[in-house]
Write a protein that binds this ligand. Structure first.
Ligand code: SAH
Length: 262
């Protein structure tokens, strides 16, 4: 084998927060990384798994980007060209509202070898960890994911949907929840449609609010939170089917005998 080390970039999904929801592949990449470039939503407990790597925050804090998108591309390309194993770590899945696609294309264009390591997206993980199944027989046969960040893009995306038929999952919409709910009602979604907001899903600090679309539009959900939050609209938002086992041991602590029976 050649002793020349070829640099490589792994675009890695860090999952929704809980380090136990990290994939084994993500863990393996973190453990052998030389450099980890991470975003704001990456949980600190996940970050420390890359013990031997240098770590740089390149995300957005208090609305401001630490680095421009182009600067992130340049940093990844330079480090890989110098032979480093780079992990570009993003919350959830790298290709869900994370600009991961742009980063992959920039690496491709620069001829830098890279891979994508999928992550568990908060789209699904936040609701399911809060006891909300996004599909449920008899209630909803589909779910639709949309960003609430941009008014026009939200409106355009929703225009294609028949109201009150399927589950709606809104990311990046917490701050604009009142106007988003009002817009849905204008488009024909019923005021009594159940709605839920899951913040910090999968984390010990997770919180769930439940009410209706009408409550949201009327500003009856007052919480102020800096935590990331997912809004779920649809009949399934009224379900609460959380696990009843409170103290299940963490995977790594599970007794050996139990693991070997798998
Ligand atoms: N790539 C990410 C999404 C990035 S957009 C993924 O696949 O999960 C950022 C948005 O994700 C936040 O505004 C919030 O809506 C959502 N989000 C991320 N982590 C979350 C969590 N732990 N709980 C609830 N929502 C979360």
């Amino acid at each position: 084998m050649s002793s020349v080390r070829i640099g490589f970039v792994s675009l890695v999904g860090a999952g929704p927060g809980d380090p136990e929801v990290l994939t084994r592949k993500a863990l393996a990449r973190l453990r052998r990384a030389d450099l980890v470039l991470y975003d704001a939503l990456v949980d600190p407990r996940v970050l420390t798994l890359g013990r031997r790597a240098r770590r740089f925050f390149v995300g957005k804090r208090a609305g401001r980007h630490a680095l421009s998108q182009e600067a992130i591309h340049a940093l990844m390309i330079r480090a890989a060209t110098r032979g480093h194993r780079v992990v570009r770590l993003k919350g959830g899945d790298p290709f869900v509202f994370g600009r991961g696609g742009e980063e992959a294309l920039a690496l491709q264009q620069a001829g830098v070898p890279f891979e994508v390591v999928p992550g568990v997206t908060s789209v699904v993980a936040a609701p399911s960890s809060a006891g909300i199944p996004l599909t449920h027989r008899g209630l909803s046969a589909a779910f639709f994911v949309v960003s609430g960040h941009d008014r026009q893009l939200f409106s355009d995306a929703l225009g294609a949907l028949t109201p009150n038929q399927i589950t709606l999952v809104i990311l990046m919409g917490f701050a604009r929840r009142v106007s988003l709910a009002a817009e849905l009602m204008e488009k024909g979604w019923r005021a009594k449609t159940p709605a839920a907001i899951v913040s910090d899903g999968t984390n010990p600090s997770a919180a769930v609010w439940r009410g209706t679309l009408g409550d949201l539009a009327a500003g009856r959900m007052h919480a102020r939170t800096e935590a990331p939050a997912v809004i779920v609209v649809g009949e399934v938002a009224a379900l609460d089917v959380k696990t009843t086992v409170l103290q299940e041991p963490a995977c790594d602590e599970a007794p050996r005998a139990r693991r070997s029976t798998r």
